[in-house]
Design a protein around this ligand. Structure first.
Ligand code: NAP
Length: 290
């Protein structure tokens, strides 16, 4: 990589940022596309978000990703916010405009693009969404946007499931989200579902944990996405597969949220071939050998 007076800088603000894969995505994209752009992680403390955003703008930082725990806290310091990001209440990408940054959420379009590459449908599907945290709330919005038939939202804390269902149903003026306690999964109507695992259960190093351990549950799953990508195959995914379903992990979601951010910053479309190449680099970085 040759850095000179014309190099554009992009980066990630979060806390912590040490284990991020985003530099792998963006620096390889820039290299592959022969673009004079460098991407670096920036550690930003909770009480310095405003200074960080204003400082980045003053330094002409071309684009930023935002990760936990700043995805919502950064919003008041933006000049503009995209409608989907506003509904989700979280941004992960800042694009430089004339008067400040505009915030986007590329996590959900990233998940959708990842699912499309694996021929997973959401439109018209009956969905089981596991979790009611930040990721699950955003997935619930995506299901609504994409016209899922119905969404059973199961969470350990029933209060949180009810709160997310009420909020998202309210935004879309529909009652498609049905909140349930995780322990009530046996009451799910007998049919074939798309299941989206959006809890943190099963994340490394707790690789033997699974959010629902009863085997019967997995007979209802036709396709499944686990948002976790470390381990590469979670216990949840292996149980889905053992019962004849298809399952994918969250690595492609991470890849495509990055690619969509890169496309917004550089006004380009990244080819499927390049996406595959970057995915390979991410797997190398994670030491994944299939
Ligand atoms: P979060 O806001 O902390 O939510 C955590 C969720 O997990 C809550 O619903 C929580 O239930 C549930 N949970 C935690 N421990 C549990 C247990 N022992 N039993 C049952 N449920 C449990 O986290 P988040 O930001 O939504 O992220 C969720 C997952 O998505 C994480 O693993 C994250 O790595 C992954 N993610 C992946 C990507 C990607 O690009 N692939 C992007 C974003 C997130 P309660 O409400 O009952 O506590």
């Amino acid at each position: 990589m040759k850095i000179n007076g014309k190099t554009r800088t992009c980066g990630l603000m979060g806390n912590p940022v040490e284990h991020t894969l985003s530099p792998v995505i963006h620096n390889h994209l820039a290299e592959r596309e022969n673009r004079n752009l460098v991407y670096v992680p920036f550690l930003v403390e909770q009480d310095r978000i405003r200074e960080a955003v204003e400082g980045a703008y003053a330094l002409h930082i071309h684009g930023l990703n935002v990760t936990v725990p700043h995805k919502s806290a950064v919003i008041p310091y933006l000049k503009e916010i995209d409608k989907l990001a506003e509904n989700i209440g979280a941004v992960n990408t800042l694009v430089k405009t004339e008067n400040g940054y505009k915030g986007y959420n590329t996590d959900m379009p990233g998940l959708l693009r990842a699912m499309e590459t694996e021929n997973y449908a959401m439109r018209g599907e009956s969905v089981i969404l596991l979790g009611a945290g930040g990721a699950a709330r955003a997935v619930a919005m995506l299901c609504m946007e994409q016209g899922a038939k119905e969404i059973y939202l199961l969470n350990r804390s029933m209060e949180k499931a009810m709160a997310v269902a009420k909020e998202v149903n309210g935004i879309y003026k529909e009652n498609k989200i049905i909140p349930m306690a995780l322990s009530d999964h046996g009451k799910l109507p007998d049919k074939k579902y798309l299941a989206i695992q959006a809890t943190s259960v099963g994340l490394y190093p707790h690789v033997e944990d699974v959010v629902i351990s009863e085997e019967e549950f997995y007979d209802k799953i036709e396709t499944a996405v686990d948002l976790i990508y470390n381990p590469y195959e979670t216990k949840f995914m292996s149980m889905v597969k053992a019962h004849g379903g298809r399952a994918m992990n969250g690595l492609k979601m991470l890849l495509f949220q990055g690619i969509i951010a890169y496309e917004l910053w550089n006004d380009v479309t990244v080819s499927e071939e390049t996406a595959e190449e970057i995915l390979k680099k991410m797997k190398e970085e994670l030491n994944i050998h299939e």
